[in-house]
Structures are given as C-alpha cells and as structure tokens.
Design a protein around this ligand. Structure first.
Ligand code: FAD
Ligand code: SF4
Ligand code: SF4
Length: 474
C-alpha cells in the first residue's frame, strides 16, 4: 500500500496585528512534533531531485532522514557540510524557486518544507550546542596560503569559511562597522534576527577567519596593496548596494529615501532608538514605498513598525508580475500594507514645514498604468494611461526600485574587467577574473540576486583559489 503522506506543516507566526507593532521575528519556527511530521513526508527519493535544486547541493534527503530519526545534531552537521549559514538560508532562501520547486511531492501536492526543516535543525543545534567548536574540521594538511576577501556578505563569508577549513589564512575586509552585508544592514530583524547572523559569523570566525571592519578597500588599501602585503589571492564580494532612483522631480526633497538607506538606518544604526542612538530617521505617518520586490516589502513593513498610520506600496505592474516572494507579499498584506498595482509615480511634491529647514515631502503624484507587450525580461511592459494622474498626501517616500554596482572599488582597480553596468566579469565556473590572483562573486557579478546564489559563487571560487594556491606553493 502507498505511504499516506500527511499535509505540509504550516509555520506558526505572530498574529498580524501584534507583529505589525514589533520588530520580533514573524515566523516562529517548527515545534519538534511539527518537524517530525514534516520530515516524515519526505519520500527519500533515489534520484534526489531536490539536491540539484539547491545552489550549494545540500544532501537534503540525508539531513531530513536524520531529523525523522531525531538525530538533530547529525542533521545540522550534514547541513553545515555544504552550507555555513543554514539558520539564515532556512529563513530567507526563496525555497519555492529552488529546492522545493523540484521536490517530487510538489508535482501533485505540496513539496516538503525543506527550508523550514533546515531552520529547525540549525536552530536546534544553536540552542543545544551554542559554543559549537569545529576544531576537528578546522585545518586540513593543505599548504596554507593567505587570502583577502573584500566584503563580508554571504558570498565573502562562505568563501572565507571554506578556505579556512582547507587550512588557509583568511582576512575579510568590511567597509561597514558590522560584518554580514545585506544580512545585517538590509534584511530586517523581523525576518532575520541579527543574533542568528552574529551566531553564524562567530562560527566562521571560530574556523580561524579574521574580520577587519571599517575597512574600505579602494580607499584605505587597493587590491594591488593587498598583494604587496603578502596575500596570495583576493576575492571581491562587494555586493550591489548602490541605490537607483527614478529620475522624477522631487526626489531630492527631505523625506525621500532609498530603501537601502532607510533599512540601513533602521537595522544597522538603530535609528528607531534616536536619540539614544545617533542616527535619525524621519518617522512618517503616511509613507509611500515604490517597488514590488523583497526590498520594497521589507521597507514597507519596517515603516509600519516604526509607527506609520498608513503605508502605501506603489507598483507599476500587476500583482502577478511582482518579483517579491509570495509569502512576504501575503505577510505584508495581512499586516495592513495598502497595495496600489499598475500605478507609477510621476513627481513628488514638497512644502516648507514649520520649524524645519528645507523643503519636505507633501504628496506623491502618480499615473495609472496598463500592461502592454512583453519586454526583454519576458514580463508585460507597463504603459501610462493618459490623463489618469492622481495625487496622494505623503510624508515619506522610499524608493525600492533596485540597486547597482558601487563603482568605488572598480575605479580604484582599472585593470579589473567590468561590464557596462559596472559588474565584474568572471569565468562562471570558477569566479576567476582576468586580473591575476583576483576572483569575484555574489551580487557584484550577477547584480541583485539571492543569499544562496551568492554563497554558491563563494563556494566555487573557494575551490578554484585553493587549487591556485596549492599550485603556486608547489
Ligand atoms: P552583500 O550582502 O551586499 O555584501 C557585500 C558587503 O561588501 C557589504 O557588507 C558591503 O558593506 C561590503 N563592501 C562593499 N564595498 C566594499 C569595499 N570597497 N571594501 C570593503 N567592503 C565593501 N536574498 C534572499 O535570498 N532572500 C531574501 O529574502 C532577500 N531579501 C533581501 C532584502 C533586502 C532589503 C536586500 C537589499 C536584499 C535581499 N536579498 C535577499 C538579496 C541578498 O541579500 C543578496 O543577494 C546577497 O546578500 C548578496 O550577497 P553578497 O555577499 O554578494 O553581497
Ligand atoms: Fe533549499 Fe536554500 Fe536550504 Fe538549499 S540552502 S536546501 S535552496 S533552503
Ligand atoms: Fe524528499 Fe522531496 Fe527530495 Fe524526494 S524530492 S527526497 S520527497 S525532499
């Protein structure tokens, strides 16, 4: 008789009204009972299609089997063999487009909740072995080299962890005062608690990786200086953090932020605790967020938690074209974010306010859109509907329409090949650039992508750098 498969286990979450007023994590994680039920759904397929759907090829059926045997420590160990940030990926990976998309169960029903099980095992390990010491796996007998990593986001951290495990001495140079890249400055606490990122970074440090913060490469030292200091190889993982604006009138008014600045002030600089913390952030009662991706959802939900009465999300295409994860769109809707589809801003209107200097946002003027022919991305292009302009009063406007490559490092390294958008050109299988000894990966190569893709790039480059160093030291 065929195995009876229980339904996919829902993730318990804070109720919408409660969570919209706090920064605590929204999703609460599986109980042991739920994890066991969910793990029991896995068919342990011989062909293991789910493994191919994971950019770092986690042995998914194996770690799930260990969960169903209640051997959570072994499940966590299997995860960490391929993924140095499992508690992060279990929370923020777009699983529905990766491992879960190809799960056999998904063909006729609902796939195994692989990400949620990953989070369960990683959290169990953190709770039960908070000071996990990887000393036994720390150093192999490889000839050691010195590797400099520029940027401490998921790509740089993964590469650093992998090379440290192979016995190399790795130093990460980070421009900001805290390591973690977007994991700390971009993704908000209510989706990814910072204590979890810190714990995973501590694990990487425990492998012997050194992290130097407040260290901008391209200003304090150049890549060539790093070679002069004795590094054998350099991995560039500087992300794509340069905000884009629409180029409409009024974007220079006070009260207009890029999503990156808004989220960084809130997440990293604790602006919501001003004046206890030094960085201010204007708290608007009426907030507009422009964009339809995960960053727009994060900015809108942050504005709500910072005390806005109404947060309006303005997106020029329809709901079906939204690039944000469905789960995050649903979370935002439940919390009360007001969505305006097929609408695009045309200008931001300002006024002089009493006791304030300069001109401040007063309103946003938008135009209605309709969908035309598909563009080069395959999505139908939005076209303005003539004469349909309308105005909504606003105090704050947040632009979340994408980011680009920061030119700082590439302009200080003229022989590092970049494309016309400023992204570094690499050999895809290895991450090697045409500049000798320099590799690159993550968002600075692909443009804005995902945490796990950035980690996959770090893993591939680590293998290539290891081989390069072994050859060099022969
Ligand atoms: P980053 O994480 O951007 O890290 C780059 C680091 O390099 C930064 O710390 C930066 O300060 C540092 N740096 C830059 N220049 C220099 C320099 N010259 N010298 C020294 N250091 C430098 N992905 C998902 O998978 N799921 C999500 O839910 C998700 N949500 C997101 C939400 C937001 C708000 C944002 C902005 C992105 C989100 N992403 C998400 C995308 C994901 O975070 C990125 O794809 C990923 O972080 C890229 O990793 P990275 O290591 O390439 O770069
Ligand atoms: Fe799936 Fe991401 Fe975990 Fe890989 S890292 S198994 S893609 S959730
Ligand atoms: Fe389990 Fe799905 Fe992977 Fe099959 S495809 S082994 S059911 S997770």
């Amino acid at each position: 008789m065929a195995k009876e498969i229980p339904p996919r286990q829902d993730m318990p979450r804070q109720p919408p009204k409660v969570r919209a007023a706090n920064f605590k994590e929204v999703a609460l994680g599986y109980s042991e009972e739920q994890a066991l039920l969910e793990a029991s759904r896995c068919l342990q397929c011989k062909t293991r299609p789910c493994v191919g759907g994971c950019p770092v090829e986690i042995a998914i059926p194996d770690f799930i089997k260990k969960i169903s045997e209640r051997d959570y420590a072994e499940a966590a160990r299997i995860l960490k063999e391929k993924n140095s940030l499992p508690a992060v990926c279990g929370r923020v990976c777009p699983q529905e487009d990766q491992c879960e998309k190809v799960c056999v169960l998904g063909k006729k029903g609902e796939p195994v909740a692989i990400g949620r099980l990953e989070r369960f095992a990683a959290d169990w390990e953190a709770m039960n072995h908070p000071s996990h010491q990887p000393s036994a796996e720390k150093r192999s007998n490889a000839k050691t080299g010195r590797v400099a990593v520029v940027g401490s986001g998921p790509s740089g951290l993964t590469l650093a962890g992998d090379l440290a495990r192979l016995g190399h001495r790795v130093v990460i140079f980070e421009a900001l005062h805290k390591p973690g890249g977007v994991l700390v400055y971009g993704i908000p606490e209510f989706r990814l608690p910072k204590a979890i990122v810190e714990r995973e970074i501590e694990f990487i440090k425990s492998l012997g990786v050194e992290i130097r913060t407040d260290y901008v490469i391209g200003r304090i030292l150049t890549i060539d200086d790093l070679f002069k200091e004795g590094f054998d190889a350099v991995y560039v993982a500087t992300g794509a953090g340069l905000p884009k604006f629409m180029g409409i009138p009024g974007e220079n008014l006070n009260g207009v932020y890029s999503a990156n600045e808004y989220l960084t002030r809130s997440n990293l600089m604790k602006a919501y605790l001003f004046p206890e913390y030094k960085t201010p952030l204007k708290n608007g009662k009426k907030v507009a967020v422009v964009g339809g991706g995960n960053v727009a959802m994060d900015a809108a939900r942050t504005a709500l938690r910072l005390g806005a009465d109404a947060v309006h999300l303005i997106y020029r295409r329809s709901r079906a074209e939204m690039p944000a994860r469905i789960e995050e769109v649903e979370n935002a809707e439940e919390e009360g974010i007001i969505f305006h589809f097929l609408v695009n801003p045309v200008r931001i209107l300002g006024e002089v306010k009493e006791n304030e200097t300069g001109k401040w946002v007063r309103a946003i003027e938008c135009i209605k859109m309709e969908l035309g022919e598909p563009d080069e991305s395959g999505r139908r292009s939005p076209v303005p509907v003539k004469g349909s302009e309308f105005t909504m009063p606003m105090d704050i406007v947040i632009m979340a329409i994408g980011t680009g490559a920061n030119p700082l490092l590439s302009s200080a390294t003229p022989d590092l090949p970049i494309n016309k958008s400023g992204y570094i050109i690499i050999e895809p299988e290895t991450g090697r650039t045409d500049k000798p000894g320099v590799w690159a990966g993550g968002d600075i190569v692909t443009g804005s992508a995902t945490v796990i893709e950035a980690m996959g790039a770090g893993r591939r480059a680590a293998r290539a750098i290891h081989e390069y160093i072994i050859k060099k030291h022969k």
